[in-house]
Every structure is written in C-alpha cells, then in structure tokens.
Design a protein around this ligand. Structure first.
Ligand code: UD1
Length: 419
C-alpha cells in the first residue's frame, strides 16, 4: 500500500495549476449515457474516481478513449448493459449517478446499493423517491437497486427532503429525457450542478435555474453529443490555500474560479492571511503573521463546504486562539481528529462539534488516512509539522487529488511517495 512521507515546517512558495473538478466530472461522465452521440470532455483530472467511472461506463458497453492530454471521448452508442456492479460501486459511492441516466435513456437500471461509508451512513432514499415520483418502479433486493420505467419517465414536481448533491444530479439528468416539465425544489446549488446543467444544455437539454434551489427541466426526446470543459476543482484550490496558510508561505493558484470559493476565501481571510484575486488566479500570502483560529459551520453551497472542514481543522490546530468547527452534513466526519492528536493537536469533540485550541507547533508522526478529505488534512498537518510525518493508506488521496505530491514538490514541499 502506498505511503507518503513529509518533512514539514517549510513555507511553500510558487505556482500551482488547479485541475478539473472531481465532483463535476463524475456526474458529467455519467450524463454521457443520456446522449445519442459522443461527448468530448476536456479538463478531466487524472484521478482514481475518474478511472472508476470510466470502468463503469465501459462495463456498460460505452467506448471511452483518451484523445488528448486531459481530454476524453465518450461514445455511448454501443451501450448494451444497464448495470453498475458492486465491485465498482463499492470503491466509489458517486457511481450512483448512473441510475437516473440509465433509467431515462434505456428504461431500466440495475445499480449496486452503495455500502456504508467511513464518514456516515449516506443513504440514497431521496434519489429513489425522486425517480419514483417520475414514474419509475424501484425495488431494492440482494444489495441492488432494480429500477425500470418501460413507458419512460414523466415530469414531476419534487421537493428534496434534504439538500443532496448527487441526488439533485440524478433527478436532473433523468428529467432531461422525461415527458413534460420537472421541477426540483430544495435542490443543491453547488457549482458542480451548474456545470452539469451547462453541459447537458449544450447537448440539447432544457434546464433552467441550476445554481438556485429551484431547477426546472423541460424534457426533450433526445440529446446529441458535443464538447464540454470541466470547471476547476474548488476543493483542490481550497486545500492549496490552506497549504499556503498552514506553512506561512506564498502561493499563486492558476485556473481557479474564485466565485465558487467565496465561503472558503472569507474564512481564510479571517485567519489573517492576504488573498488577492486576479482573473482566474488567486494569490495568497501568509508570510506576515501567524494565523488565527476560526469558527466554522459546514452547510450546503453557498455555505462553507464540508469537503474543506478537515483541512481547516489542521489549520486551526496550529493557529492562535480557539476555533470551533460544527459539522452539519455528515454524522461521522471527524476521523482525522485522533490522527491530528498523534501529531500534538489539542482538539476536543462533542458530538458534531470540535473545539480546537491552537498549539505552537505540530510534531511529525506516523498517521493513517481514513477518507479523502481526512487524508488532505493529514498532508497539510505534515507540511506544517516539525519533523517527519508518514501517512499510510493514501489511496484515499489518489481518489480526489491529481498528482498531489508532484504539485506540492513543485512549490517546495519535501514529500515522497513509497510504494
Ligand atoms: C456530494 C459530494 C461530496 C460532498 C457532499 C456534500 C460528489 C460526487 N460528492 O456527495 O464530496 O461531501 O456532496 O457536499 O458530488 N442524504 C440523504 N438521502 C439521500 C441523499 C443524501 O439523507 O438520498 C443526506 C446524506 O446522508 C448527507 C446529506 O444528505 O447527510 C448530504 O449528502 P449529499 O449531498 O447527497 O452527498 P453526496 O451527493 O453523496
């Protein structure tokens, strides 16, 4: 199993290019199932989750080819198997987003129920309720979701009980080929939903309101192919902002959408660092003073993203003062905390709240990555710590950060992968 070692306490300096967004590219790849012609997708990051989604599409009979650097052609015309098997879904919960497209385009789907997940139970009941409201028959047995809609799906008015990102994506994709109008209320407003809607509209879909809590989709009879470029990964960008802050360095991030990062930028500024936004660049300077700990409450977009919580926990650990972090989205997302303790952090957890008293410095230690963003938090802690940190189980990191150690090395980090 791959491991990372980091020699910490070095201020990062230089430029980083931000990759395409994992959470945008996954549903967009799945949306190719809806199309009658190939999709050419650019700015596709090289991630394990992306290869898993490509494996899922290939398993169904789609042809997927890399045509250029970060550019793929997905041809769905020979799709003939309507199944996402357990072996693939168990490694990536987001594979559930093939359900809506399969049902809408082929009237049937068999998708493995995503299993438990380290950060909480993560049910898919809202995905299923939404598709049922559009006329699908759904049964769950032997660990699989069996869905069919022999007469096609019909438009509906659906209110999501909870804001769900992949649930919104699934229902929105299904609605593009349903008969009549679908209104999704209490929809997720994440920038990745907007990117998916823009891609689908380019292929002939009629979606309005993506990025707001009410999305209206008018079904069409067929979608064509075309080209699309995936948006920048705001969580990767946010992670590099914290990397600069935690090492008291200075970084320029290229190809960033600052608008998608407003809540994160505001919090980083509250820690006392300076951020300047110029076109698609963010320049962060944390060389002046020690950061201050900040209070955070995670919430759906445009609130503070749960996917940045663990990284700010690492930053609070070495900032001055006390910072309280409240996690409202997932029930068990503090697994990085015991690992940060091993490095000398002073954090107390009470239910969904973590209170962190900043310490003077962290000390490198052997630690274990437990999920994607927890891994990022440990890398950040390792970059700031005195001495050597060894992070085990970094396959989590490879699911969502493109060439992370290469990018960090380019800006001065002493980081090494061991196979
Ligand atoms: C997506 C992101 C993930 C991010 C999360 C929250 C992708 C591929 N992943 O995950 O990185 O951390 O949004 O921003 O985009 N819920 C239900 N029933 C459902 C669906 C969700 O109760 O049917 C609950 C979940 O348990 C959770 C909350 O809703 O408490 C939000 O989850 P959701 O937005 O669905 O997360 P994902 O889409 O899986």
């Amino acid at each position: 199993m791959d491991k990372l070692t980091i020699e910490g306490n070095i201020p990062l300096q230089g430029e980083v290019v931000i990759s395409g967004a994992k959470n945008a590219v996954l549903p967009i790849l799945a949306s190719s199932i809806l199309l009658d012609a190939p999709l050419i997708l650019s700015n596709v990051p090289e991630l394990r989750d992306v290869s898993t989604m490509i494996d899922v599409l290939r398993h169904m009979g789609a042809a997927v080819a890399k045509v250029n650097d970060a550019e793929f052609l997905i041809d769905p015309r020979r799709l003939n198997c309507f199944e996402a098997p357990y072996d693939l879904v168990k490694t990536m919960r987001a594979s559930i987003v093939v359900l809506g497209p399969l049902l809408a385009r082929y009237g049937q789907a068999r998708v493995s129920l995503p299993g438990g997940c380290a950060i909480g139970s993560r049910p898919v009941d809202i995905h299923l309720k939404g598709l049922e409201a559009m006329g699908a028959n759904i049964e769950v047995n032997e660990g699989y979701i069996h869905a069919n809609a022999p007469k096609g799906l019909r438009g509906t008015h659906f209110v999501c009980d909870t804001v769900t990102v992949t649930g919104t994506a699934n229902i929105m994709m299904a609605a593009t080929l349903a008969m009549g109008e679908t209104v999704i209320q209490h929809a997720a407003c994440e920038p990745e939903i907007v990117d998916l809607a823009e891609c689908l509209n380019r292929m002939g879909a009629k979606i309005v309101g993506a990025g707001t809590p009410t999305i209206i989709i008018n079904g069409v009879t067929a979608l064509s192919g075309g080209k699309h470029t995936v948006i920048a990964d705001r969580i990767e960008a946010g992670t590099f902002l914290v990397a600069a802050a935690i090492t008291r360095g200075k970084l320029t991030l290229n190809r960033v959408d600052a608008k998608a990062l407003e809540a994160v930028i505001a919090k980083i500024q509250e820690t006392g660092v300076t951020i300047e936004s110029v076109n698609d660049m963010l320049i962060i300077d944390a060389t002046e003073r020690k950061t201050k700990a900040v209070d955070i409450k995670t919430s759906p977009h445009p609130g503070f993203p749960t996917d940045m919580q663990a990284q700010f926990m690492a930053l609070n650990s070495v900032s001055s003062g006390v910072g309280t972090i409240i996690e409202t989205i997932f029930e068990n997302r503090f697994m990085h905390v015991p690992e940060l303790h091993r490095m000398g952090a002073d954090i107390r957890i009470d239910g969904h709240t973590a209170v962190c008293h900043g310490v003077d410095h962290l000390v490198g230690a052997p630690v274990m990555a437990t999920d994607l963003r927890a891994s990022a938090s440990l890398v950040l802690a390792g970059l700031a710590a005195r001495g050597k940190t060894m992070i085990d189980r970094i396959y989590h990191l490879d699911r969502g950060y493109e060439h992370i150690e290469k990018k960090l090395m380019q800006v001065g980090a002493r980081i090494q992968r061991h196979h």
